[in-house]
Design a protein around this ligand. Sequence first.
Ligand code: GCB
Length: 616
Amino acid sequence: MKYYFLLIACVLGRLTLQAQENLIINTEGRNSVSLNGTWSYIIDPYDTGFYDYRFNERSEDDLGAYWNKPVLKKKTDWTEHGYNDTYTLEVPGDWNSQDPIFTYYEGAVWYQRTFDKPAIAANEQVYLYFGAVNYEAHVYLNGKKLGMHKGGFTPFNFKIPADLLQDTDNYLVVRVDNRRHKDEVPTVNTDWCNYGGITRDVKLLVMPEYFIKQYHIQLDQQQDIVKAKKKKRFQVSGWVKLNEVMASGKVHVEIPELKVDKEFEVTGDSVKIAFEVKKMQLWDTETPKLYNVSLAVNDEKAITDKIGFRKIEVEGDKILLNGDEVFLRGICIHEEIPQDARRATSKKDAEQIFGYVKDLHANMVRLAHYPHNEYMPRTADSLGILVWTEIPVYWTIDFENDEVLEKATNQLEEMVARDRNRASVIIWSVGNETPRSDARNTFMSTLAKRAKKLDDSRLISAALEVHYNAGTNFVDDPLGAYTDIVSLNEYLGWYGGLPDACRTANWETKYNKPFFISETGAGAKGGFHDEKEMRFSEEYQKWYYEEQIQMFKTRFPENYKGLAPWILIDFRSPKRNNPVYQEGFNRKGLIDENGNKKLAFYELQKYYKEIEEKEK
Ligand code: GCB
């Protein structure tokens, strides 16, 4: 009996973890009904909605379960839960910023709303899609469980069984739990706010019987891009994956602006794509050209995506974009809107953040430390900003645990599935500042290899660390052998020494690969001015940047090919408790929580403008 349960548990576990295989990408291009808006909630710190008074998991039809609608027929009937208009939360959004009761809340919250069945034709099916829920989501419809998902920053969807969908008043309940655990990804210890909730868009997707689930359309990475540019002939290649095996069928690919109109035979549930295009305008940071690409299976309505075509590669210690060397003028970003101390959720939020990035004269962002909402890479695509995107394998993950590796891999797969058609995304990062050990090296190199296998058209990286020493700082982390770029977080002048220590520091890398500073930064409280030696003054932070930049210019090795300082904007972190200067914020932003630029912003901007000028 025990083994039987174990087996079921394993199978269920796998089903959850394989969610990304059924992930429907480019939901913007689909027939959808938004379920964003006002939802009702129950805050449930004791997990009463999930467990009965003996702390056994409630059965599906238990009327005390919070996924079930209380039915009161007569006066003597009673209930101890329910949803109404008094207790509501906006979706998408974190709960922390919506009501003070939630500021530091970590636990279960039940979200509820109703919806009517969308208009669907015979043969059409409805999927329920979540852009992200932090961290664990259990989803119930009309009292039945649709499924569960773990991972706070990646999308997932469930098919709604046709016989479960009522014409009106479908009762949708999501149990969201943002508790931190040692064996999850991220683990218990991070330097950011653990925003809980349904933090990204929710929608119903109305899908035909056969549809294109995922695809990858890109410049063929095998071709010599310099020759292709000369000849003005470009190879495009990729694949399409359908929701199901088809006996026979065709996938139609159209790029009207390039006069591409092609059909490809379906084999099983997938299609290989390859064709040649003449005179294509490649996507780059100056001209981020996007083409409307439409894909259709048989005579179903086509889905359209805006896709840029470019090649990113590393040659020795150079990063090449379309064959031309590029220096990454980057900046790190958390997915947060400072003025409201909340998660960023919308296109408008993405535009606000990228407005600051443009102002800085940066050409690259590191989306730390987890995949940001889809508006971010899409906005970067349209603005010509290069993107590093990362999974939250952060600090002291439980590297010995195979299940944790599986969880991290699952998040990696979901991230790649969602964003592999974004030209802006050039780097998949498998983690940040993970402490060296055999177990960690195996764990991290497995992820790096997996990322390459999922998508060999991008660069793989991870933020490494080196502990400063007065002689030479030698970057020789074994993980560097598996990454295309050797990236380092260094805080010389903040966590060790004073900024003028940069004048004598020496840096070397073991690997003949592009060397990238994935973090460097110092804290300053916006508006606090003093002598430059005064910690947390804007002057200290400016001094730090002056010394760092001078060090990059004069003391860095030849293979130094870019940087992404920490960080664009101050962000909430419960670890930062200096009562005068921090008050729950990490103050290393170049912009404060009110959107004001600090002095250091202009130092970095000056450096970036100089590089830009030189490149002209
Ligand atoms: C780091 C971490 C980043 C922290 C930052 C800091 O190295 O990668 O998540 O927020 O340092 O401010 O200390």
